[in-house]
Every structure is written in structure tokens, then in C-alpha cells.
Write a protein that binds this ligand. Structure first.
Ligand code: V47
Length: 390
């Protein structure tokens, strides 16, 4: 029996089996296949070769210090102009309260990003980090996208290196992957004209990696971009990883249209999201981790995505308590999930749930019932054999 009825997918599968790097044309061909299960199987084999049955999750909390932003991105439902009634900027005490709640809920990480707010001095951000670090030294501070770094450098007239150094001195531990959107022009200018361009986003990533920090990368898909835009985005990330090597994780972000200037669009279908997860795993051969972000995918599709190349599942996970941040594709804008529910989703998909810290060290909490293990027994000797056996 052959791997797929899609001849081109079979050829690509052979090359994946041989450990060859896929080209831009291969990425486009992967998207074009109508054999979704075979595409998923191929991504799953690569995922299992790297991680076995392990699926990581992290107990974290998002903190958005301000929603005031001048960037006016067409896809964003979060930002406000300063005069809008629900515009806000947290003072440090407000942020410390969020951190206190996060710690009480067992979080090991705070994910901090916000709007480009020209009313704030740079010291607001360094004070925020240093206060959080002083009060909660156990919390990993994953903060600020490359778009925010670019804004800091221009607006506060500092070199990139100065910005990075001052934030690290204040307590910055790593950076999230936002602001990448879609790199290729003219799409990027059509959806986020006032954000830094792709070269700048990638240049800053290189500088942050050179300073010794790990970062993540994202891609916002399912709006006005083409398949070629997406594959170009993945190839650019792969090239940057070859140069600077500090990306730990890639997160494809499914566009959620309500309350945005693109609310007339539908967002990606389930099939499109699963294809995107699988193509990301196959193209990004130098990224260890591919994350399913359930807040945008929905819990059920995020669970299925674990069979399409994702080895990490993310979104605020809590032991309880009220959360009010952000918006979600889930019914009732549900942006939280208990640890028990998340572990259940992972195990129900036949994977092993492993709690991690931000930099992928395993966390074993006594008595929390997390089953750990490499799952290497389920990994075939070689991916080639697996494909041939099908
Ligand atoms: O850059 C904005 C995206 C990003 C919408 O690094 C939207 O671990 C969908 O980067 N529909 C910010 N997406 C979030 C982000 C992230 C999320 C989870 C984990 C990590 C990580 C990073 O959210 C933005 C943009 O691409 N976004 N608006 C929307 N309407």
C-alpha cells in the first residue's frame, strides 16, 4: 500500500523520510493536497521522531499592561485609542495583583505584551519587570514582542542593544513570538502598515538571541494572506533560525475575526488549521516545538492538532479563579482551562502530558497526577520504515 493517493505527497514523504529539507515549492504542494490524513500522518511521524508521545503544557498567565496602541492593525480586536472609554493602562500594583493571582494558581510564567502606547516612559516597562521580579522571583517573565522592541528603540531613542540590555537587567527572561503576522509584502502592509517590517522583526530576533535569550515565533493565518505568503513566512523563520538559533517554539495563530476591521471574513476552517499545523511541522525542521494555541483554535481542534504535528498545547491554564483577559474562539469567550481538563485532553488523544517551564524543562509536581515519559517505545526505528509500512 502506498502512503497516499497523492503522488506529489508520496514524493515529499520519501524526502522527509530521508531527512531532506523541504523547499518553498514543497510547502505549497503540501497545502494543495486533498489527502489530509496522510499529511497529518507525515507531520505526526516527524513529531514522534523528535518527541515521542510527549505533549508539553505550561501553567502561565497573560498580562497586558495597556491596550492603548497606535498601530491600528486590521486584524486586532484588542487595541483601543486613548479616548475610548475602555482604554486602560495598569499601574504597577494592578500588575502585581495579576502576578499574585497567577502564582496562587501555580503559574511558572507571566506572558507580558501590550499596545504601543506613546504616553508611557520607558521606565514604566523596566519598573514593571523589576517590581514583578523582586516580588515573584520564581516567575519567568516572557515579555515584549519584537514589534514592542522596535517601538522602544525608536520612540525612546535607544539602540536595540541598549533596549535589550536594560530589559534584561530589569528582569526579562525570554520573549513571546507575537508581531510576526505575515512577513511578505504587500500583505503585511495591508494588515499592519504601522508595525515594523519583516526584516526588522527578524533582525531584532537575531539580536535578542545574540544576547542569550530564547524567543518564540508566530504566524497569523486565515485572513487575506495567500498560501504562498504562509510558506514564505515559514521559510524566512527557518532561515533566521539557521542564523541565530534561539527560537524554541512556533505557534500558528488562527485568525479570529469578531470585533476587528476584518470582521467580514470567516477565519480559517478546521481543515485549513490542521493543514497549517502539519505544514509548519514539516517545513520548520529546525524548530523543536510546534504549539497548538487553544484560545484561537478552540479546545477540540487544538486536541486534534496534536495528531498533526503539534507537541505543545498552550493557553491560560489555571486551578481556578476568575480571568478577564483577551478574547477566545471558545463559546462564552472562555479563556481558561483547568490543568485537569488539559491533561484529560492530551491523554484522551493518546499522548503523555508533561508540564514544562518556559524553556522546556520538565516540572514534576508531587501528587498532581501528571503522567510523564518519553514514549520512545512508540517511535519507529526510522521514519522511512514507518512510511513504507503504511
Ligand atoms: O501578534 C491579534 C495575534 C498575536 C488576533 O509566544 C490575533 O508563546 C487571532 O503572539 N485573531 C499575539 N490572532 C499573541 C501571541 C502569542 C500567543 C500565544 C503564545 C505565544 C508565545 C504568543 O496574536 C499578535 C497577532 O498575531 N492576533 N489579533 C485575532 N483577531
Amino acid at each position: 500500500m502506498t502512503f497516499s493517493h497523492d503522488k506529489q505527497l508520496n514524493e515529499i514523504a520519501e524526502r522527509v523520510a530521508a531527512g531532506e529539507r523541504l523547499s518553498f515549492a514543497d510547502g505549497v504542494a503540501l497545502y494543495a493536497t486533498n489527502d489530509l490524513p496522510a499529511l497529518g500522518k507525515l507531520a505526526d511521524l516527524v513529531r514522534r521522531r523528535r518527541h515521542g508521545r510527549t505533549t508539553y503544557f505550561n501553567v502561565n498567565r497573560h498580562l497586558n499592561p495597556t491596550n492603548i496602541c497606535y498601530a491600528d492593525c486590521k486584524f486586532c480586536g484588542f487595541y483601543r485609542t486613548p479616548r475610548q472609554p475602555d482604554a486602560y493602562t495598569h499601574n504597577i500594583d494592578d500588575s502585581l495583583k495579576v502576578a499574585a493571582q497567577a502564582v496562587a494558581e501555580g503559574a511558572t510564567e507571566l506572558h507580558i505584551t501590550g499596545g504601543l502606547n506613546t504616553k508611557l516612559p520607558f521606565s514604566y516597562f523596566t519598573d514593571l519587570l523589576s517590581s514583578l521580579k523582586r516580588q515573584y522571583p520564581q516567575l519567568h517573565l516572557k515579555a515584549f514582542t519584537m514589534v514592542e522592541f522596535d517601538h522602544f528603540a525608536h520612540f525612546y531613542k535607544m539602540s536595540d542593544e541598549e533596549v535589550i540590555q536594560k530589559l534584561i537587567e530589569a528582569g526579562l527572561d525570554s520573549c513571546p513570538g507575537g508581531g510576526a503576522e505575515i512577513f511578505r509584502e504587500p500583505t503585511r502592509s495591508m494588515i499592519c502598515a504601522h508595525k515594523c517590517n519583516a526584516d526588522r522583526w527578524l533582525e531584532l530576533q537575531g539580536k535578542v538571541h545574540a544576547a542569550g535569550l530564547k524567543t518564540n515565533a508566530t504566524m497569523l493565518y486565515g485572513h487575506i494572506e495567500s498560501i504562498e505568503d504562509r510558506v514564505d513566512h515559514l521559510v524566512k523563520l527557518r532561515e533566521q533560525q539557521e542564523k541565530s538559533g534561539g527560537f524554541q517554539c512556533f505557534i500558528p495563530l488562527a485568525f479570529y475575526p469578531p470585533d476587528t476591521q476584518l470582521a467580514h471574513l470567516h477565519g480559517p476552517s478546521g481543515v485549513d488549521s490542521l493543514k497549517t499545523m502539519a505544514v509548519s511541522r514539516l517545513m520548520l525542521d529546525n524548530f523543536d516545538h510546534i504549539k497548538a494555541y487553544w484560545v484561537m483554535l478552540g479546545k477540540r481542534l487544538a486536541q486534534v492538532a496534536l495528531h498533526y504535528g503539534a507537541n505543545d498545547i498552550d493557553g491560560t491554564i489555571t486551578e481556578g479563579g476568575e480571568l478577564t483577559t483577551s478574547y477566545s474562539v471558545e463559546a462564552n469567550n472562555e479563556v481558561k482551562m483547568s490543568k485537569t481538563e488539559l491533561i484529560g485532553l492530551i491523554e484522551d488523544a493518546s499522548f503523555e502530558a508533561v508540564e514544562r517551564d518556559t524553556v522546556y524543562n520538565r516540572i514534576d509536581r508531587p501528587g498532581d497526577g501528571v503522567i510523564t515519559g518519553s514514549g520512545s517505545d512508540l517511535v519507529s526505528d526510522t521514519i522511512k520504515e514507518s512510511i513504507r509500512a503504511l
